[in-house]
Design a protein around this ligand. Structure first.
Ligand code: NDP
Ligand code: 8X3
Length: 246
């Protein structure tokens, strides 16, 4: 199951798993995109199952996951990818609606989904959770405040899950990407295409496929190997503060 598969990392991760022969459950709010991808990944042949819901809505999450058809109930791998940044203002100038949006999606949404999938992962002999964190989960930058706080929470939750799920041999990994050219900045800057494009100018940003490759590398590692934490940046980026632009 890959959350947030309607664009960016999630879509590439779903496509990559599908190309390797996995059956995928793909999720996201934009159902039209979801259905289009599901068709491409073989929904007709029961190779892909689209599940449209908002991770912020706890009762919806509970309802859709608990009513998965029998042949889709046994989830082995959960990729918690759905997430977003909204705005880049200082806290003084920040919009509390944006803060709610980030915390509700990146932290609470991830918890709601994870809680519902853990029973299935426990039954599996190869349960694996991959949380998509960020370099913002271990660093802070001006204007990143609440987004960084949300990804710091993902970092803490990933460590907590690893301890809690140890007796069940469920692996818990976190990927912490740096700057990647997806719809992330378009969402952060509320559709301002120019501002979004500027984020990725003057260097070669990560692509969604880079994170998809890392995800399958992690989950296809031998069962006794758990890659706990993988930070990946563009070669031009050394940290949240050091980016070499041409
Ligand atoms: P995109 O905007 O391209 O994709 C985000 C995905 O999350 C979409 O499929 C979107 O689907 C889904 N999503 C957002 N909110 C919700 C919601 N409330 N309910 C369900 N799904 C939701 O961005 P990325 O692919 O870049 O982002 C994926 C993850 O990677 C995020 O967690 C992000 O924080 C993280 N990340 C991104 C980096 C980057 O530079 N791009 C770097 C580090 C981490 P829909 O809108 O259809 O619901
Ligand atoms: C996204 C990367 O640097 O914009 O998590 O926070 S950054």
């Amino acid at each position: 199951m890959i959350t947030g598969a309607t664009s960016g990392f999630g879509k590439a991760i779903a496509e990559n798993y599908s190309s390797l022969g996995y059956r995928t459950i793909i999720t996201g709010r934009r159902s039209e995109r979801l259905l289009e991808l599901a068709e491409k990944l073989g929904a007709k042949d029961k190779k892909c199952y689209p599940l449209s819901f908002d991770v912020r809505n706890r009762s919806e999450v509970e309802q859709v996951i608990s009513s998965l058809p029998e042949e889709w109930k046994n989830i082995d791998i959960l990729v918690n990818n759905a997430g977003l940044a909204l705005g880049k203002e200082t806290i003084e100038n920040g919009d509390p609606e944006n803060w709610d949006g980030m915390l509700d999606t990146n932290v609470k949404g991830l918890l709601y989904v994870t809680r519902m999938v853990i029973p299935s992962l426990k039954k599996s002999k190869q349960g694996h959770i991959v949380n998509i964190g960020s370099i913002a989960g271990t660093e802070v930058y001006i204007g990143g405040n609440v987004y960084c706080a949300s990804k710091h929470a993902v970092n803490a939750i990933s460590k907590a899950l690893r301890m809690e799920l140890l007796p069940y041999a469920i692996r818990v990994s976190q990927i912490r990407p740096g700057l990647a050219d997806t719809e992330f900045s378009l969402v952060r800057y509320k559709g301002d295409e120019e501002k979004a494009a500027m984020t990725y100018q003057g260097y070669e940003a990560l692509m969604a496929e880079d994170i998809a490759r890392a995800t399958t590398f992690i989950t296809e590692s031998p069962q006794h190997v758990c890659i706990n934490d993988l930070e990946i940046t563009p070669t031009a980026q050394a940290s949240a503060h050091y980016l070499h632009k041409n």
